[in-house]
Design a protein around this ligand. Structure first.
Ligand code: NAD
Ligand code: MG
Length: 380
């Protein structure tokens, strides 16, 4: 039996990972973790019987200890708790399905402990890719992409020589506001931005998809995962979300992975690589689809994408600033404290004000995050 642990087991990727585990019956889950949803976490503990479960808030952890007193699980909390889930002995793969750069330390700890990573938590690579990728090589562990685009790229690279890769074609649905102009986005409400045309995901990434910040983060994620220059990555709008991404080779050949939008495919591929297992679900029927569309992204309206290219090219602490500003701005938008267009305005403002630092340590990354938070909190 393969042994895994999951950071963020109660979220969209976390619960779908458990669906894959439930159906295949050949994976053992030794660790689970959640932010605050202890009711769902308790159900997961009873079903999957992990050794350790982490809850972010200590108060909730205490409550769960009482509720789950009749089980054998050890319940831990805070950053120390996340790290203990990352380092559980015998775990082979850690699924990082937590949201935000809070995942950096637990991911680094897991790699140091020799675990492979099934990586959904893109914010970690965006901000600390220069630390994580060399460490992964040093520890000889694999990072399997779970993000659908990066899984598609990974799948399209199979059987070909990496040195003949010329270009990554990162596809994007364009989100719910594709085709709109700035002035039409002035009064966007939380409910509007949470309506993604093709995917059902956590709230933060759904907002990120609507602003194209998600695609910007994915450009930087791809740079680290596939060791390419930012400018070798081209974003292509593919509104149906059927082509999950493509790669172009030296001879001009383009390879792609297609499928109905279902995150269980990349999750399962990451858990069983290189094996392809049966996955129930709808198949593509090209007689019915008839056509696929392509567009160039509108980087004037969705200028967060061009800010991401800028941050990715500069490297250093600038990607952290891009990401941290977005994390806080999205939280504020979801709390209805700021307007929709302010999300990207805040990112741009923080990037402008930042003095970039090359090759930052983990402490310097976290300092840059704190400085961004301070700046945003003191606006107005
Ligand atoms: P989600 O909000 O649905 O779930 C997040 C999980 O993290 C939850 O289990 C939550 O309890 C946990 N969490 C949040 N804050 C925490 C904290 N402080 N301490 C401990 N746990 C905490 O998010 P999601 O949509 O599943 O996304 C997870 C990650 O995967 C993100 O980085 C996202 O960009 C990436 N991703 C998601 C999808 C998708 O389809 N949902 C696709 C590609 C990539
Ligand atoms: Mg994606």
């Amino acid at each position: 039996m393969k042994k895994i642990a999951i950071l963020g087991s109660t979220g969209s990727i976390g619960t779908q990972t458990l669906e894959v585990v439930r159906r295949n019956k050949d994976i053992e889950v030794l660790g689970l973790s959640a932010g605050s949803n202890i009711l769902l976490l308790e159900k997961q503990i009873r079903e999957f019987k992990p050794k350790i479960a982490a809850v972010w808030e200590e108060e909730k952890a205490r409550e769960l200890r009482v509720r789950a007193a009749d089980t054998d699980v050890r319940i831990v909390s805070g950053m120390e708790g996340l790290i203990s889930v990352s380092r559980i002995a015998d775990v082979e793969i850690l699924v990082t399905a937590i949201v935000g750069m809070i995942g950096i330390r637990p991911t680094i700890e897991a790699i140091q402990a020799g675990k492979d990573i099934a990586l959904a938590n893109k914010e970690t690579l965006v901000t600390a890719g220069h630390i994580i990728m060399p460490l992964a090589r040093e520890k000889n562990i694999s990072i399997f992409p779970v993000d659908s685009e990066h899984s598609a790229i990974f799948q399209s690279l199979q059987g070909n020589e990496k040195k003949t890769l010329k270009k990554i074609l990162l596809t994007a649905s364009g989100g719910p506001f594709r085709g709109k102009k700035q002035e039409e986005l002035l009064d966007i409400r939380v409910e509007d931005a949470l309506k993604h045309p093709n995917w059902s995901m956590g709230q933060k990434i759904t907002i990120d998809s609507s602003t194209m910040v998600n695609k910007g983060l994915e450009v930087m994620e791809a740079k680290w995962l596939f060791d390419v220059d930012i400018d070798e990555i081209q974003v292509v709008i593919q509104p149906q979300s059927i082509i999950h991404s493509m790669v172009e080779y030296a001879d001009g050949a383009v390879m792609a992975q297609l499928g109905t939008p279902d995150m269980k495919l990349p999750i399962q591929y990451a858990l069983y690589y290189p094996e392809r297992k049966y996955l129930p679900g709808e198949r593509l029927d090209f007689w019915r689809i008839k056509r696929l569309d392509f567009e160039e992204p509108d980087m004037d309206t969705f200028y967060a994408l061009s800010l991401a290219y800028k941050a990715g090219r500069a490297g250093g602490t600038l990607p952290t600033v891009f990401n941290a500003a977005n994390e806080l701005a999205v939280r504020k938008f979801l709390n209805r404290e700021i307007k929709y267009l302010e999300i990207t305005e805040i990112i741009e403002d923080c990037m402008r004000a930042h003095k970039n630092r090359k090759n930052p340590t983990l402490e310097e990354i976290l300092d840059a995050e704190a400085a961004v938070y301070e700046r945003i909190e003191s606006r107005r």
